[in-house]
Design a protein around this ligand. Structure first.
Ligand SMILES: C[S@@+](CC[C@H](N)C(=O)[O-])C[C@H]1O[C@@H](n2cnc3c(N)ncnc32)[C@H](O)[C@@H]1O
Length: 225
Protein backbone atom coordinates (compact mmCIF):
# COMPACT_ATOMS: atom_id res chain seq x y z
CA UNK A 1 0.00 0.00 0.00
CA UNK A 2 1.41 3.41 -0.96
CA UNK A 3 0.82 5.94 1.76
CA UNK A 4 0.56 9.61 1.07
CA UNK A 5 2.54 12.05 3.11
CA UNK A 6 1.10 14.28 5.78
CA UNK A 7 1.04 18.05 5.93
CA UNK A 8 1.31 19.50 9.45
CA UNK A 9 -0.14 22.92 10.24
CA UNK A 10 1.05 24.89 13.27
CA UNK A 11 -0.02 28.26 14.60
CA UNK A 12 2.72 29.92 16.66
CA UNK A 13 0.89 33.21 17.06
CA UNK A 14 2.96 34.30 20.08
CA UNK A 15 6.31 33.21 18.64
CA UNK A 16 8.15 35.56 16.26
CA UNK A 17 10.34 34.22 13.43
CA UNK A 18 12.96 36.91 13.31
CA UNK A 19 16.57 37.37 12.15
CA UNK A 20 17.39 38.14 15.78
CA UNK A 21 16.17 34.84 17.25
CA UNK A 22 18.27 34.66 20.43
CA UNK A 23 19.91 31.23 20.24
CA UNK A 24 21.01 31.38 23.87
CA UNK A 25 17.51 32.17 25.09
CA UNK A 26 15.01 30.35 22.88
CA UNK A 27 12.57 29.76 25.71
CA UNK A 28 12.65 33.29 27.20
CA UNK A 29 13.45 36.16 24.79
CA UNK A 30 12.83 33.69 21.95
CA UNK A 31 9.20 33.40 23.16
CA UNK A 32 9.37 29.59 23.06
CA UNK A 33 11.05 29.30 19.67
CA UNK A 34 12.26 25.96 21.06
CA UNK A 35 8.66 24.68 20.90
CA UNK A 36 8.37 25.61 17.23
CA UNK A 37 11.71 23.98 16.39
CA UNK A 38 10.82 20.76 18.24
CA UNK A 39 7.44 20.45 16.53
CA UNK A 40 8.86 21.18 13.07
CA UNK A 41 11.75 18.77 13.60
CA UNK A 42 9.47 15.96 14.83
CA UNK A 43 7.27 16.42 11.76
CA UNK A 44 10.12 16.05 9.29
CA UNK A 45 12.40 13.58 11.03
CA UNK A 46 11.53 10.46 12.99
CA UNK A 47 14.06 8.10 14.50
CA UNK A 48 16.78 9.77 12.44
CA UNK A 49 14.95 9.18 9.15
CA UNK A 50 13.22 11.84 6.98
CA UNK A 51 9.45 11.38 7.06
CA UNK A 52 8.88 13.29 3.78
CA UNK A 53 5.96 15.05 5.46
CA UNK A 54 5.58 18.79 4.99
CA UNK A 55 5.02 21.66 7.40
CA UNK A 56 3.23 24.99 7.26
CA UNK A 57 4.00 27.02 10.37
CA UNK A 58 2.49 30.45 11.07
CA UNK A 59 4.50 32.85 13.25
CA UNK A 60 3.22 36.00 14.96
CA UNK A 61 4.20 39.67 14.91
CA UNK A 62 5.58 39.97 18.46
CA UNK A 63 3.02 42.58 19.37
CA UNK A 64 3.28 44.41 16.04
CA UNK A 65 7.10 44.67 16.12
CA UNK A 66 7.96 42.38 13.19
CA UNK A 67 6.12 41.03 10.17
CA UNK A 68 4.19 37.84 10.82
CA UNK A 69 5.33 35.05 8.53
CA UNK A 70 4.40 31.67 7.12
CA UNK A 71 7.19 29.12 6.96
CA UNK A 72 6.63 26.22 4.54
CA UNK A 73 8.97 23.25 4.37
CA UNK A 74 8.80 20.30 1.99
CA UNK A 75 10.21 17.36 3.95
CA UNK A 76 11.86 15.91 0.85
CA UNK A 77 14.66 18.44 1.27
CA UNK A 78 16.00 16.27 4.10
CA UNK A 79 17.12 13.76 1.47
CA UNK A 80 19.94 16.22 0.78
CA UNK A 81 22.72 15.34 3.23
CA UNK A 82 23.69 18.95 3.88
CA UNK A 83 20.10 20.01 4.56
CA UNK A 84 19.51 16.91 6.68
CA UNK A 85 22.25 18.19 8.98
CA UNK A 86 20.30 21.42 9.55
CA UNK A 87 17.70 19.30 11.36
CA UNK A 88 20.27 17.51 13.47
CA UNK A 89 19.02 19.10 16.71
CA UNK A 90 16.56 21.69 17.96
CA UNK A 91 19.30 24.29 18.34
CA UNK A 92 20.86 23.63 14.93
CA UNK A 93 17.41 24.01 13.37
CA UNK A 94 16.85 27.27 15.27
CA UNK A 95 20.11 28.61 13.85
CA UNK A 96 19.12 27.52 10.34
CA UNK A 97 15.69 29.18 10.56
CA UNK A 98 17.32 32.33 11.92
CA UNK A 99 19.63 32.40 8.86
CA UNK A 100 16.68 31.91 6.54
CA UNK A 101 14.80 34.73 8.27
CA UNK A 102 17.85 36.93 7.73
CA UNK A 103 17.52 36.21 4.03
CA UNK A 104 21.17 35.11 3.95
CA UNK A 105 20.37 31.82 2.22
CA UNK A 106 17.64 30.56 -0.06
CA UNK A 107 16.75 26.89 -0.16
CA UNK A 108 14.45 25.28 -2.73
CA UNK A 109 11.69 23.54 -0.77
CA UNK A 110 11.62 26.15 1.99
CA UNK A 111 9.64 29.36 1.80
CA UNK A 112 9.15 32.19 4.24
CA UNK A 113 6.27 34.43 3.23
CA UNK A 114 5.85 37.62 5.21
CA UNK A 115 2.35 38.88 5.99
CA UNK A 116 1.32 42.49 6.55
CA UNK A 117 2.02 43.86 10.00
CA UNK A 118 -1.68 44.47 10.59
CA UNK A 119 -2.62 40.84 9.82
CA UNK A 120 -4.85 39.13 12.35
CA UNK A 121 -2.77 35.93 12.32
CA UNK A 122 -5.32 33.81 14.18
CA UNK A 123 -8.18 34.79 11.87
CA UNK A 124 -6.04 34.28 8.75
CA UNK A 125 -4.92 30.87 9.99
CA UNK A 126 -8.55 29.88 10.54
CA UNK A 127 -9.39 31.02 6.99
CA UNK A 128 -6.45 28.98 5.71
CA UNK A 129 -7.75 25.86 7.45
CA UNK A 130 -11.25 26.40 6.06
CA UNK A 131 -9.74 26.69 2.58
CA UNK A 132 -7.73 23.53 3.16
CA UNK A 133 -10.99 21.74 3.99
CA UNK A 134 -12.76 23.24 0.97
CA UNK A 135 -10.02 22.14 -1.40
CA UNK A 136 -10.49 18.63 -0.06
CA UNK A 137 -7.16 17.26 -1.26
CA UNK A 138 -6.48 15.78 2.16
CA UNK A 139 -8.67 14.99 5.14
CA UNK A 140 -8.36 17.78 7.72
CA UNK A 141 -7.68 16.42 11.20
CA UNK A 142 -7.26 18.32 14.46
CA UNK A 143 -5.43 16.57 17.25
CA UNK A 144 -7.14 17.61 20.46
CA UNK A 145 -7.36 16.35 24.02
CA UNK A 146 -11.16 16.23 23.81
CA UNK A 147 -11.34 14.45 20.46
CA UNK A 148 -12.46 10.99 19.48
CA UNK A 149 -10.18 8.19 20.63
CA UNK A 150 -7.71 7.13 17.97
CA UNK A 151 -5.56 4.69 19.90
CA UNK A 152 -7.87 1.74 19.62
CA UNK A 153 -8.43 -1.45 17.76
CA UNK A 154 -12.04 -0.40 17.20
CA UNK A 155 -13.76 1.79 14.66
CA UNK A 156 -12.56 5.21 15.78
CA UNK A 157 -8.91 4.32 15.59
CA UNK A 158 -9.38 3.26 12.00
CA UNK A 159 -10.46 6.75 10.87
CA UNK A 160 -6.98 8.03 10.45
CA UNK A 161 -5.89 5.05 8.44
CA UNK A 162 -8.88 5.17 6.12
CA UNK A 163 -8.35 8.81 5.26
CA UNK A 164 -4.63 8.39 4.97
CA UNK A 165 -5.05 5.62 2.44
CA UNK A 166 -7.45 7.57 0.28
CA UNK A 167 -6.77 11.28 0.53
CA UNK A 168 -3.74 11.83 2.74
CA UNK A 169 -3.93 14.03 5.81
CA UNK A 170 -3.60 17.63 6.89
CA UNK A 171 -3.04 17.63 10.64
CA UNK A 172 -3.42 20.64 12.96
CA UNK A 173 -1.73 20.44 16.35
CA UNK A 174 -1.76 23.19 18.97
CA UNK A 175 1.38 24.80 20.38
CA UNK A 176 2.44 24.64 24.06
CA UNK A 177 -0.59 26.73 24.94
CA UNK A 178 -3.00 24.74 22.81
CA UNK A 179 -5.16 26.19 20.05
CA UNK A 180 -6.08 29.85 20.73
CA UNK A 181 -9.50 29.98 22.46
CA UNK A 182 -10.67 32.70 20.02
CA UNK A 183 -10.60 30.29 17.07
CA UNK A 184 -10.70 26.88 18.75
CA UNK A 185 -14.43 26.16 18.37
CA UNK A 186 -14.48 27.28 14.70
CA UNK A 187 -11.30 25.40 13.88
CA UNK A 188 -12.50 22.13 15.42
CA UNK A 189 -15.83 22.58 13.67
CA UNK A 190 -14.07 23.06 10.33
CA UNK A 191 -12.10 19.81 10.61
CA UNK A 192 -13.18 16.47 9.17
CA UNK A 193 -12.04 14.71 12.33
CA UNK A 194 -11.03 15.78 15.84
CA UNK A 195 -8.95 12.97 17.27
CA UNK A 196 -7.40 12.26 20.63
CA UNK A 197 -4.38 10.14 21.49
CA UNK A 198 -6.24 7.97 23.91
CA UNK A 199 -7.95 4.61 24.00
CA UNK A 200 -11.14 6.15 25.40
CA UNK A 201 -12.97 9.15 23.98
CA UNK A 202 -12.94 11.67 26.86
CA UNK A 203 -16.26 12.43 28.54
CA UNK A 204 -17.57 15.99 28.52
CA UNK A 205 -15.71 17.84 31.26
CA UNK A 206 -12.88 15.35 31.49
CA UNK A 207 -9.67 15.53 29.52
CA UNK A 208 -7.23 12.95 28.34
CA UNK A 209 -3.52 13.32 29.03
CA UNK A 210 -2.16 16.48 27.42
CA UNK A 211 1.13 15.61 25.74
CA UNK A 212 3.77 17.97 24.39
CA UNK A 213 3.05 18.84 20.76
CA UNK A 214 6.36 17.33 19.55
CA UNK A 215 5.65 14.13 21.49
CA UNK A 216 2.21 13.94 19.89
CA UNK A 217 3.90 14.08 16.48
CA UNK A 218 6.46 11.44 17.52
CA UNK A 219 3.63 9.16 18.66
CA UNK A 220 1.78 9.70 15.38
CA UNK A 221 4.93 8.88 13.44
CA UNK A 222 5.54 5.80 15.54
CA UNK A 223 2.02 4.39 15.62
CA UNK A 224 0.15 5.64 12.61
CA UNK A 225 1.99 7.39 9.84
C1 LIG B 1 1.01 20.74 25.07
S1 LIG B 1 -0.51 20.48 24.23
C2 LIG B 1 -1.40 21.98 24.64
C3 LIG B 1 -1.76 22.07 26.06
C4 LIG B 1 -2.50 23.34 26.41
N1 LIG B 1 -2.16 23.72 27.73
C5 LIG B 1 -4.00 23.13 26.29
O1 LIG B 1 -4.65 23.07 27.30
O2 LIG B 1 -4.54 23.05 25.16
C6 LIG B 1 -0.07 20.72 22.57
C7 LIG B 1 -1.03 20.18 21.55
O3 LIG B 1 -0.82 18.78 21.39
C8 LIG B 1 -2.03 18.16 21.02
N2 LIG B 1 -2.33 17.15 22.06
C9 LIG B 1 -1.81 17.06 23.30
N3 LIG B 1 -2.27 15.97 23.94
C10 LIG B 1 -3.10 15.34 23.09
C11 LIG B 1 -3.89 14.16 23.15
N4 LIG B 1 -3.94 13.39 24.24
N5 LIG B 1 -4.61 13.82 22.06
C12 LIG B 1 -4.58 14.57 20.93
N6 LIG B 1 -3.85 15.70 20.82
C13 LIG B 1 -3.13 16.09 21.87
C14 LIG B 1 -3.08 19.23 20.93
O4 LIG B 1 -3.19 19.65 19.58
C15 LIG B 1 -2.48 20.32 21.82
O5 LIG B 1 -2.96 21.59 21.46
Amino acid sequence: MTRRQVKFFFLFEAIPLTPSVPLKALTSQGRRFDVACRMIRSSLLFDGIPTHNSVEAWFGSDGGKILPAILSIDGHILDDVLLFKKFYSELVLAKFLKQLAQGSSEVPGIEINALELSTDVQARFLDRMKLEKLEGRRALVALHETGQAMVATGQEGALLFQDRETRGLSIVIGNHQGIPPAIEADLLQACDHVLCLSTITPEVGSQSISYLGSHVIDMLNYCFL
